[in-house]
Structure formats: structure tokens, C-alpha cells
Design a protein around this ligand. Sequence first.
Ligand code: ADP
Ligand code: TRP
Length: 315
Amino acid sequence: MSKKVLLSGVKPTGLCHIGNYFGAMKQFVDLSEDYESYIFIADYHALNLIQNKEEMQKAILGILLDYLAIGLDPKKVTIFKQSDISEHTELAWIFDTFTTMPYLQRAHAYKDALVKDKEISVGTFNYPMLMAADILLYSPDIVPVGQDQKQHVEYARDTAQKFNKIFGDTFKLPEPMIMKNVATVPGLDGKKMSKSYGNTIPLFAEYEEIKKCVMKIVTDSGNDIPENVFAIHKLLRPEAELKKIYEEKKGKYKEMKDLLVEDLEKFIAPMREKRKELEKDIPKVLAILSEGSEKAKKIASAKMIEVREKIGVKI
Ligand code: ADP
Ligand code: TRP
């Protein structure tokens, strides 16, 4: 039996941290064993946020290196770039023509953006339609996303249904797969680890940087076991084993932190080294991306031929 198809997009937005790794990135690698996988860099979505040539180029290359370094295997996963496949924006326009403003105004992400900035871009408003096109062009069975993106996948489903109703059966309805929140990874201060809080451990940190981060972890001196240290540490060792070690080191925060530094280094070093290796041959890395885009383009363009025919623009 042929494998089910998985598709997901990642926005290039800067330095990854271990929260991103355990919460999302690692799961793409794990799932690629069982699904025919398509993972793309959502650069046209990122254009709503990054409007600077050098920054954009750096962000795209950065996320590509990150994913290859953590072990996403181009033999198993088609890795491509949204902007290489013009069918995404073309289909988004078609969806725009039968999607209403009130419907888009109900999107959580739009409402959140409105709170932050009253004059949001048309691109931000329209975000779910480009995402619907991203998804529907490839007829995936599942779309793994974080909880915050679930509504967008539902929008893609609704949009497919609406199109099918108006123009006849064309799109397969995708299912969101909510990535098991490997419990939200806490940051150095115990709050959710996030770029926006400045409380992260970067995924490709050098040894000295790891040390600095770990020493900054906030500890509550009332406890025998420093909760924030333990919460990060248990991502790297079985909890039962770790509990025993922490029991033995009761009260000795420095020793626990030293052990966490060593464990983080063991976990990060191979990925960090692999990323450095990849950085030495950027043309090869970019060739992986163009090969992926070529493969994706074939699927997307075949689907668009069908769409143009269905809507009647092909005579
Ligand atoms: P950030 O909060 O650092 O800006 P993003 O919003 O770019 O991170 O998240 C990218 C992906 O990583 C999302 O799928 C999100 O669910 C996941 N993620 C981010 N931070 C964490 C965390 N602390 N724990 C678990 N998953 C996370
Ligand atoms: N909106 C997603 C995010 O912010 C990224 C994304 C764009 C995506 N297009 C997609 C995810 C299609 C899944 C499928 O994380």
C-alpha cells in the first residue's frame, strides 16, 4: 500500500531553540518515516514580517540548514520553497474570489494581529487563503501543525468544500494533525520558551553559550529540586533516572546545572557540527531545495491545470 501523504509549512523566522525542536521540528523527522512527506519553507507568508532582502535570504537559508542539520532526509522528504511554486499564489487568488471578508475576520490569528497593530497588511488578513492553497495543491492526508494553526487547516478544509460545491469535486479535504505538545518546553525563567521572551536555549548553541544559558536558569531556593532545571533536563534523560540523580544531588544546584550543561552539549553537538559541515557547501544545500521545488512544481502544476479547467478560464 502506498504511504499516506503529509504536508506542512515552516515559516523562516530566525534562530531556532530547543522548544521549537521538541515542539515541532523533531516530529517532522519522526513522521517522515511513515508518511510521504512534503515540508516547505513558507517564505511568502514570512514576507508579512520580513521585508528586507538580506534578512529574508538569511532566514530562508537558515531554516533550510536547520532542518537538514536535525536530520530531515531529502531522500524521504521533499523539501521545497513556497515562492518557487507560483501555483500557490495563483490558487490563493482564486480562493479569494469566493471567500468573504467576515469569514476571514473570524480567524484567531487575524484577531491577534489586530490587537497588536490596527493597520495590518492585506497579506496578513489573507494569510489563511494562501495557506489553504499551500495545502490543497498537494492533496495531503494529514497536515501536522501546532495548536495555534489548527483553525487555519480548518479554513483550508472549508475552502476545499466550498470550491468543490461550486465547481465540482476537485480537492481532497485535509485533516489537521495536532502535534503532540511534548508539553510546552519552558524557558530559562520557567515561562514558555519563546524567541519573543528572550529566554531560549538556541538549538545550535556553542558549548560556552549553553553554559551561559544554563547558569541563567532561575532557581527557587526553597526547593530541593530546582523545577526549571529539571523541566528542561527531562527532555534529555528518562524522568525516573533523572529523579534518582536529582535526589542524590539534593540541594546542590550547581552540580545539577553542570550535568544539564553536559547533557545539552551531548545532544546539541552532533547537530551543531552537521550544520557547520552543511554550511561549507551552500551550493549543495541549495541544490537540495531546487530538486525539491522541481518535484513539488510537477504536482502543483498538474493540480492547477485541473483547477483552471474547472473554473472555465481554459477555453
Ligand atoms: P517562538 O515562540 O519562539 O516565536 P514559533 O511561534 O516560531 O516560536 O514556533 C514555531 C514552532 O515551534 C511551533 O510549531 C510551536 O508550536 C513550536 N514551539 C515554539 N516554542 C515552543 C515551546 N516552548 N515548547 C514547545 N513547542 C514550541
Ligand atoms: N502558518 C504556519 C505557521 O505559522 C506555516 C504554514 C504556512 C503552514 N503554510 C502552511 C503550515 C501549510 C501547514 C500547512 O506555522
